[in-house]
Write a protein that binds this ligand. Structure first.
Ligand code: SOE
Length: 387
């Protein structure tokens, strides 16, 4: 096993999830490259020291430019808000670093294209962490589709619903500003659904859409506020304008003729992290619910007529992707394990001189769909991609 030095930029929610994966993946997976948690970078000096100590990062830095310039760093892991993904990823690629980047890839398709071209030109391994592809039950969905057990796909029905922004006094964090998020529910959560639809069904050809913003102004946010974290919001204090959508719905046509529907909203009380989809084909159908992430519902038209119906498969057997590395059958895994799987496949790609998906090209293609949806919602017209 050879050491490979990692530097993490960003130490909030995703910095925590990524640190956990870098630190613990080698305990469960045989890897030729052993990640060394070399340095962690964040602009918030107050939290940096404690974060580094808790997660085992050897050094700290507040300026990402210095991290990217270091010769002893092999991998740059970007776990910041999307507004700075592009500048960091392009600089890292130009410095010859492999890049592990949190979703969404960037603010918009232009930035995603810049990242993709820089990575291609530099020949670095680039990974976009749409971690749900590496949920074993979703990997099983892909396997069943590849085995022809779903057949010709007619429909994708996706919904990504949360409820953490329903409170009008949740503060105006970066997620709610166009210049720091690019868009709201579209980049924040529909980006996952579009990535999964591309992964499981195929490329999208055209989009119609509608969007809305339910809460137009919010209290200004303090430094500590973040994803799902309302720290510092003062309901009596000054308020700022929300400049992104709270919810968006899309209807799409796939290049292979299938139809798709997408709903994304953070205003769905009762839904915590409800990343849900249904796929209907002429040989079978699938239903997945992230809130029951170890299960996949499968309907097979090949079952005898009297025994046909959706069955629930518990994807926790050694035969299910990644599961042989965790626990005995029936011992479920969680949200954090998908990040371990991303780290394992990313390091394996570096070791083998191969690529890994989703990569920045996937991010670009996904962002083109997301932007088409926003354009369709703004104009009230059907947007054909590539037109
Ligand atoms: C907030 O909507 C969020 O943290 C997303 O940013 C993540 O990508 C998703 O996995 C959970 O919800």
């Amino acid at each position: 096993m050879k050491d490979i030095n990692v530097a993490l930029i960003g130490c909030k929610f995703m910095g925590k999830a990524h640190s956990n994966a870098w630190a613990n993946a080698p305990h469960f997976f045989d890897m030729n490259l052993r990640p060394v948690l070399k340095a962690v970078c964040d602009t918030n000096e107050q939290v940096l020291g404690e974060f580094a100590r808790r997660w085992g990062w050897q050094e700290t830095e507040t300026d990402w430019h210095k991290i990217v310039a270091r010769d002893d760093i092999d991998i740059i892991d970007i776990a910041t808000p999307p507004g700075v993904h592009c500048e960091i990823a392009v600089a890292a690629a130009q410095a010859g670093k492999h890049v592990f980047c949190e979703k969404p890839i960037a603010l918009n398709a232009a930035q995603a294209a810049e990242m993709h071209h820089a990575a291609e030109k530099a020949g670095i391994v680039n990974y976009l962490n749409h971690e749900y592809r590496r949920c074993p039950a979703i990997a099983l969905a892909r396997q069943l589709i590849d085995e022809g057990r779903i057949g010709r796909i007619f429909h994708w029905r996706g919904a990504y619903l949360q409820s953490w922004l329903v409170d009008p006094n949740f503060p105006l964090t970066w997620h709610l500003q166009k210049e720091t998020a690019g868009s709201g529910a579209q980049n924040g959560i529909n980006s996952h659904s579009v990535d999964l639809a591309r992964f499981l069904v195929g490329e999208i050809k055209s989009v119609v859409a509608m969007q809305t913003t339910f809460v137009k102004e919010r209290p200004l946010a303090g430094e500590a506020a973040g994803t799902f974290n309302a720290a510092g919001g003062d309901s009596e204090g000054p308020r700022g304008k929300v400049t992104v959508e709270d919810a968006i719905s899309m209807i799409v046509e796939f290049e292979n003729g299938a139809m798709g529907s997408f709903e994304a909203s953070t205003f769905a009380p009762g839904r915590k992290n409800y990343n849900y989809f249904e796929i209907y084909g002429d040989k079978g159908s699938l239903i997945f619910d992230l809130e029951k992430m170890n299960e996949l519902q499968f309907f097979s038209a090949d079952d005898p007529e009297h025994a046909q119906g959706f069955r629930t498969i518990l994807a926790t057997e050694p035969c299910h992707k990644y599961m042989a590395n965790w626990w005995p059958p029936g011992h479920s895994i969680g949200f954090e394990h998908e990040f371990h799987h991303g780290v394992v496949d990313f390091l394996d790609a570096i070791d083998k001189g191969a690529g890994v998906t989703p990569d920045f090209l996937d991010g670009l293609k996904g962002m083109e769909v997301l932007e088409a949806g926003l354009q369709a919602a703004r104009t009230g017209t059907k947007v054909v991609l590539g037109s």
